[in-house]
Design a protein around this ligand. Structure first.
Ligand SMILES: Cc1ncc(C[n+]2csc(CCOP(=O)(O)OP(=O)(O)O)c2C)c(N)n1
Length: 386
């Protein structure tokens, strides 16, 4: 077993893992009560992987993850209030209510999201690392993704370039055994995931992702190598998600016995019991840590509930593609466009952009809201998933 960190550090790790667990449980409840729109992917069971790896970083390093990212925002220090408000789609959310569960973001804490596209965050991680190189910084980027994402084209393309250009990225595959309802051995020819980067020039390491100490020790070593040697490393963290892929998962692809056997290794009580056995905390302190987490999550829900929804008028804030620039279901005809089509002398609209244009077309939010409400957005509606 790797050495325990200083008592205060160990307490903080336990408190953060507990906060993530309690937050996720409540997020699931809030989803069931229709407080949260869209999809919701929980990382219950993966807390040791999240905390162990993120605590290997300096504050100035970058973290980028997937749609299963509430815990990543929390571990970087985004207040639970702002994470919950994001789930509720409120203005005080960390993405101002525009991103929802899958698109958490906190630039100030160098948490770079939150992405709905499987494997979509890998090239972005390489870009962040390349930018850091240009700036001459020592920053490392930790890029987490699932075992399923290791089959995406972006995995090979990004690892190849990262090795070639010696980019300081720790690629961490969170092997929770499934890509949606497909088990690792049914979706990947190579199941020893740490080796999947070898032919691309990226050496691999593995850790027990249910053990926060081992995860931290291995990822710390990976971060050190990446920072000093300026070349990428792939770490496989072996873990398990205790809940379904998303909230709409009947879980027919695995047995209750299998889930129960992994739950015996639950990383949160496991670490608490280790700290008690080692005399770092006692049972009363463990209780207190749990009660504090629950109280913080209560406060987050109250905060999110009290935070307003974004106004319809703000619909076009931060949107940079409008009407004639790109045609799609979201392309709305503005009064200017109609004038142009009717022989106006301005030609196709497009001279004005963004806020300026939106300000000139107050009717757009209303049109879009009505179109969406009437199901006229041209998209198929499906229950599942990201
Ligand atoms: C490019 C792309 N293909 C498919 C999907 C649908 N999808 C969402 S999650 C998921 C499974 C990904 O599994 P994994 O990478 O192992 O991550 P996990 O969900 O286990 O965290 C799939 C196929 C998607 N979002 N993006």
């Amino acid at each position: 077993m790797p050495e325990l960190p200083e008592p205060d550090v160990a307490r903080e790790w336990l408190a953060t893992m507990t906060l993530i667990r309690r937050f996720e449980e409540r997020a699931g409840e809030m989803y069931a009560r229709a407080k949260v729109g869209g999809f919701l992917h929980l990382s219950i069971g993966e807390e040791a992987t999240i905390v162990g790896s993120a605590r290997a970083l300096r504050d100035s390093d970058y973290l980028i993850s997937t749609y299963r990212s509430h815990g990543h925002a929390l571990v970087r220090g985004t207040p639970p209030e702002n994470v919950m408000a994001e789930l509720f789609g409120r203005v005080d959310g960390c993405s101002r209510g525009r991103g929802g569960s899958m698109h958490m973001f906190d630039m100030q804490r160098r948490f770079m999201g939150g992405y709905g596209i499987v494997g979509g965050n890998l090239p972005i991680a390489a870009g962040i690392a390349l930018a850091g190189d240009y700036l001459g910084s020592e920053d490392v980027t930790l890029c987490t993704f699932g075992d399923g994402a290791s089959n995406q084209g972006t995995f090979g393309e990004t690892l190849n370039l990262a090795a070639l250009w010696r980019l300081p990225v720790v690629f961490m595959v969170t092997n929770n055994q499934f890509g949606m309802g497909t088990s690792l051995r049914r979706h990947s020819a190579v199941t020893d995931l740490q080796r999947k980067g070898e032919s691309l020039g990226v050496p691999g390491m593995r850790c027990d992702g249910m053990d926060v100490l081992e995860t931290n020790a291995v990822v710390s070593e990976a971060v050190r190598r990446v920072r000093e040697e300026r070349r990428p490393v792939l770490v496989e963290a072996v873990t398990y998600r205790f809940r379904g892929h998303s909230m709409a998962d009947p879980e027919e692809y695995r047995s209750k016995e299998e889930v129960a056997s992994w739950r015996e290794r639950d990383p949160v009580p496991g670490f608490a019991e280790l700290l008690i056995a080692e005399g770092v905390i006692d049972e009363a302190e463990r209780q207190r840590i749990d009660e504090e987490a629950i109280a913080r999550v209560d406060a987050a829900v109250a905060f999110a509930d009290a935070s307003p929804l974004p106004t319809p008028e703000s619909l076009y804030d931060d949107v940079y593609v409008l009407d004639q620039e790109v045609r799609g279901w979201y392309s709305l005809e503005t009064a200017d466009d109609r004038g142009a089509a009717a022989g106006g002398d301005e030609g196709p609209a497009g001279a004005e952009r963004g806020d300026q244009r939106a300000a000139a077309n107050d009717e757009i939010p209303q049109q879009l809201t009505e179109a969406l409400a009437a199901g006229e957005d041209g998209r198929e509606r499906s229950e599942e998933p990201a």
